[in-house]
Each structure stands twice: as structure tokens, then as C-alpha cells.
Design a protein around this ligand. Structure first.
Ligand SMILES: [Zn+2]
Length: 101
């Protein structure tokens, strides 16, 4: 019961009232603004406090921003494409295995 008293992960894992797996599952919806107001706030709080989830959030945000850039210019500048592919590889994705939806 008192074993997790010194666990540095104990608090961040539930920061904002949600745990990491729930946050990671809802990241895309969060970035799209599709979660309810309360959920948005909980995820935002969690991301602000959790050093484990934040890099993932940062990556997915950069990915969406790169996609938005593509839409604006109709053709992706090489450096944006490189940035996206590089970020994908670092996150463990392999081009061609990314499925939509
Ligand atoms: Zn987390």
C-alpha cells in the first residue's frame, strides 16, 4: 500500500485525472478538438505534467501541422516531408505501415 510512496511515476501517470494510456489513445481526438470540454482540460493538464506523454503529443501536433502546411501549399515542401518522415521513424512508424483511421 505504501510501496508507491516514492514512485516518481505515480503522480504523473494520473495527472489531470487520466492515466497515460487513456491520454495516448485520445491524443488525435484531442488535437482535433473532438473531445468534450472536460476531457480536453483533463488531457491538457496531463500533458503539461507528464514528461512521458508530452513528446508523443508534441510529435503528433508537429505531424498535423506538417499536414496542414501541405494543404495550404498543395504540394509539400521537401523539408516538411523530411521532417514528417523523420518524426515518424523516430516514433517507430514505418512508411507504408501507417494506416488511416
Ligand atoms: Zn502520461
Amino acid at each position: 500500500m505504501s510501496d508507491d510512496r516514492d514512485d516518481p511515476c505515480a503522480a504523473p501517470a494520473h495527472a489531470g485525472g487520466v492515466d497515460c494510456s487513456a491520454v495516448l489513445l485520445q491524443l488525435w481526438e484531442y488535437l482535433d478538438g473532438e473531445l468534450g470540454q472536460e476531457r480536453m482540460r483533463a488531457v491538457r493538464t496531463h500533458l503539461a505534467l507528464c514528461s512521458k506523454c508530452y513528446p508523443q503529443y508534441d510529435f503528433e501536433k508537429a505531424f498535423l501541422e506538417a499536414l496542414a502546411d501541405c494543404r495550404c501549399t498543395t504540394c509539400a515542401p521537401t523539408d516538411v516531408r523530411c521532417r514528417v518522415m523523420d518524426a515518424l521513424r523516430r516514433a517507430g512508424f514505418t512508411p507504408g505501415q501507417v494506416t488511416a483511421g
